[in-house]
Design a protein. Structure first.
Length: 605
C-alpha cells in the first residue's frame, strides 16, 4: 500500500493560512498599518480603490527594509519581532507571528518598495500568488510602500462573498479607527478613490477622539487615570446623558492593542447601571497598561481576544475607576446662601393681629353606628352612571363564535366587528375594551409600532411620504465609518420623509423630518436610526427597508404612560385591525390578548 500523507506545497499552505488571517480588505489594512507602526513610522498614508477590491496602498516613513529582509519578509513565520518562545511573554509590538505578509501575497498581487536610511538605493519586489515575479533596485524615500492589487484574484469563492463597496469600506474604516485611537502621536491620512476621508494630525488622545468622532463625543467624556501595581488604567468614559441604546463607541485597548472583552464591558456597565436607563450604554475609550507576562494575546489570528492573569482584580479596579469618574462629575454643588436680589419670604409672627393657630373641627353628634345618616356630598357629577352604560352592556350578538381558548392568533374580522366603541386605558400602557368573547387588552405602544411600521413600508414603496420642514436646520455629525453608512441610507431616508443634505466633513443638515413626529429631537432621531441600522444588511433590499421602517416606528410610536382619549384609543384600535398582522410587532412581540369571559366568571366565582 502506497503512502497517502504528503506535505502541501507552500502556495497551498499559504492560501489556507490566508483564510484565517486575511478575511476581507479590512484585514489587509489592519496588518499593513500595524507593521508600519512597528517600523517606527510617524506619518502613515492609506489609499484604497473600490473599497480594497482593486487596490490597497499603505505608505509609511518607518525604518524600511534591506534587500534581503524585503525578500525574507514574505516567507512564512519570518519575523523581526521575536527570537524565542519566551519572547511571546514580553511582546511590545503589534505583530509577531510572521503570517501577515505571506498570507497577503498568497491571495493578491503585491508590490513592495522600501529603503533603509543607511542605504542609498531601495528595493522593489513584486509577487503574485506567493511567487516572486520580480526584484530590482529603485530610487525611493526611506520607509515602505506596500501596494496590494486584485485581492483574492486566485480565490474566486472568497472574492464572490465580499459585500458591497460601501459595506467593505465601512469595515476598513472601523479597523483603521481602532489603530489610530491607540497612537495619537502618529499622523494618519486615509483616501478612498482619490478622496481624502480622514486627515489626523499628531496630538493628544482627546484631540484624536475629537477628530475621529466629532466634538460632541469629546464634550461628553470623563477622564480615567488609575495607577496600581497590577495595571495602569487610563482613558475616558462617557457621561450618563451620552448613553445610547445602540451604536455607542466602546473601545478597550491593552498595551496598545485593540481587544474585545465582555467581562470588562460588564464592569463598565455595572458601574453606571443606576445612572442610565436599562438597555442603554455609555461610550468609553479605556486603555490598560499591563505587564506583557501577565497577558496572552496569542489566542486568535486577529489578536482581539486577550487572556488576563489577574482578570478579577482588574475587573474590580476598572469598576472602581469608572465609579470614581462618575462621582467626580456628579458631585453635589454647595448650597448657595446668597440672598441678595432674592424675593423676601415672610416669617410667621404669632403676635400679629388676625392670625390664629389652626384647629381641628369635628361634629360631636356624629354616630357611625346610626341607621340613618345624612347623605354625604359627592364630587362626582350627576348622571355619571351613564358613562359606563355602553361598556357594561354586552355587545350585540352578531352570530360570530368566540375563538378557541387555546388559539394564540385572534381572527381580525371577528374582533373588529364585535368590539365595544368605548375603551378604558389601564396605567397608561394598555387599551382595554369589551368584546363578545371576553376582555380584549392591547399594548398601545406596540400597536402603534405595528401601525407605523406598515405605513412606512408603504411610503417607501410608493414614495408618498410628506415632509415637515424645520424652521432652522439641525446639524448632525458622524464619524467616517458612520458617514459611509449614512450615505447608503440617504435615499431610503428621503422616501420616509427626511430632507437631509451633506455638508462635508461628516456633517449633515437636517432640513425636514416626516410629518407627525412633533416633539422629537431631529438630531437624536437620525442618530438613533443610523445606530439601529444593521451594518450587515445590504442597502436597497427588503430586509434593509424593513429594518429602517421598524427603527423609525419605534422612535415615533406613542410612549408608555401617555394618556389617550377615547377617540385616540378608537383610532389606534381601528388602525391596528387594518394591519396585515394584529397579533405581533415586526420583531415578534405580542400586541393583543383576550381574557375569555368564562375565565372572568371563574375568577369572580
Amino acid at each position: 500500500m502506497s503512502d497517502i500523507i504528503q506535505l502541501l506545497p507552500d502556495s497551498v499552505a499559504n492560501q489556507i493560512a490566508a483564510g484565517e488571517v486575511i478575511q476581507r480588505p479590512a484585514s489587509v489594512i489592519k496588518e499593513l498599518v500595524e507593521n508600519a507602526v512597528d517600523a517606527g513610522a510617524q506619518n502613515i498614508r492609506v489609499l484604497v480603490v473600490d473599497a480594497g477590491r482593486t487596490s490597497i496602498q499603505v505608505v509609511d516613513d518607518g525604518c524600511g527594509m534591506s534587500e534581503t529582509d524585503a525578500r525574507l519578509a514574505f516567507e512564512r513565520h519570518a519575523t523581526s519581532k521575536i527570537r524565542q518562545a519566551d519572547d511571546l511573554f514580553a511582546l511590545r509590538t503589534m505583530g509577531f507571528r510572521g503570517e501577515a505578509l505571506p498570507s497577503i501575497a498568497a491571495v493578491a498581487q503585491v508590490e513592495l518598495t522600501t529603503r533603509m536610511a543607511a542605504d542609498e538605493i531601495g528595493t522593489r519586489l513584486t509577487l503574485q500568488g506567493s511567487r516572486v515575479t520580480g526584484q530590482e533596485p529603485v530610487a525611493c524615500p526611506v520607509g515602505s510602500n506596500f501596494k496590494v492589487e486584485n485581492l483574492f484574484f486566485n480565490v474566486p469563492a472568497r472574492r464572490k462573498f465580499l459585500k458591497t463597496n460601501a459595506t467593505e469600506l465601512n469595515n476598513i474604516l472601523t479597523a483603521f479607527e481602532r489603530i489610530v485611537l491607540v497612537y495619537p502621536a502618529i499622523s494618519f491620512t486615509f483616501f478612498s478613490n482619490g478622496q481624502e476621508m480622514m486627515n489626523l494630525k499628531a496630538g493628544t488622545l482627546r484631540q484624536r477622539i475629537t477628530e475621529v468622532f466629532g466634538k460632541k463625543t469629546s464634550q461628553d467624556l470623563l477622564p480615567l487615570d488609575v495607577e496600581t501595581a497590577i495595571c495602569h488604567i487610563s482613558g475616558f468614559v462617557g457621561k450618563p446623558e451620552s448613553a445610547r441604546k445602540k451604536g455607542a463607541h466602546d473601545y478597550f485597548f491593552v498595551n496598545g492593542r485593540y481587544m474585545r472583552h465582555p467581562y470588562f464591558h460588564k464592569a463598565v456597565m455595572g458601574a453606571c447601571e443606576r445612572l442610565v436607563p436599562e438597555g442603554m450604554q455609555v461610550p468609553y475609550f479605556i486603555y490598560f497598561e499591563v505587564n506583557p507576562a501577565d497577558i496572552d494575546v496569542n489566542i486568535h489570528p486577529t489578536k482581539t481576544e486577550v487572556k488576563f492573569e489577574n482578570e478579577q482584580s482588574i475587573w474590580q479596579l476598572l469598576s472602581a475607576a469608572v465609579k470614581d469618574a462618575f462621582g467626580k462629575f456628579c458631585d453635589i454643588p454647595a448650597i448657595d446662601f446668597d440672598t441678595e436680589g432674592k424675593p423676601d419670604i415672610p416669617v410667621f409672627d404669632p403676635q400679629r393681629d388676625g392670625i390664629e393657630m389652626p384647629g381641628v373641627k369635628y361634629n360631636p353628634s356624629y354616630n357611625p353606628f346610626a341607621t340613618h345618616q345624612p347623605k354625604q356630598a359627592t364630587m362626582a357629577p350627576s348622571g355619571w352612571q351613564q358613562l359606563y352604560a355602553p361598556a357594561a352592556q354586552p355587545p350585540a350578538d352578531d352570530g360570530l363564535l368566540p375563538p378557541p381558548a387555546d388559539e394564540e392568533l385572534f381572527p381580525v374580522e371577528s374582533i373588529a366587528s364585535e368590539k365595544s366603541p368605548v375603551h378604558y386605558q389601564y396605567k397608561g400602557r394598555y387599551i382595554m375594551t369589551a368584546v363578545k368573547s371576553g376582555l380584549m387588552i392591547i399594548d398601545q405602544q406596540r400597536a402603534d409600532i405595528r401601525i407605523r411600521y406598515e405605513r412606512y413600508l408603504e411610503q417607501m414603496g410608493h414614495g408618498t411620504a410628506s415632509t415637515q420642514r424645520l424652521l432652522f436646520p439641525e446639524i448632525a455629525e458622524f464619524g467616517p465609518s458612520e458617514s459611509v453608512r449614512v450615505e447608503q441610507m440617504l435615499p431610503t431616508l428621503s422616501t420616509l420623509g427626511f430632507d437631509i443634505s451633506h455638508l462635508g466633513g461628516g456633517s449633515y443638515a437636517i432640513n425636514g423630518v416626516p410629518a407627525g413626529l412633533d416633539g422629537l429631537n431631529p438630531v437624536m432621531l437620525v442618530n438613533s436610526i443610523v445606530a439601529d441600522a444593521d451594518s450587515g444588511t445590504e442597502p436597497n433590499t427588503e430586509a434593509f427597508h424593513a429594518s429602517m421602517a421598524l427603527s423609525l416606528a419605534r422612535h415615533a410610536a406613542i410612549p408608555q404612560g401617555q394618556v389617550l382619549s377615547n377617540e385616540e384609543m378608537e383610532r389606534i384600535v381601528n388602525d391596528l385591525f387594518r394591519c396585515s398582522n394584529v397579533n405581533y410587532t415586526p420583531d415578534g412581540r405580542a400586541i393583543i390578548c383576550i381574557l375569555p369571559q368564562h375565565d372572568i366568571e371563574q375568577l369572580l366565582g
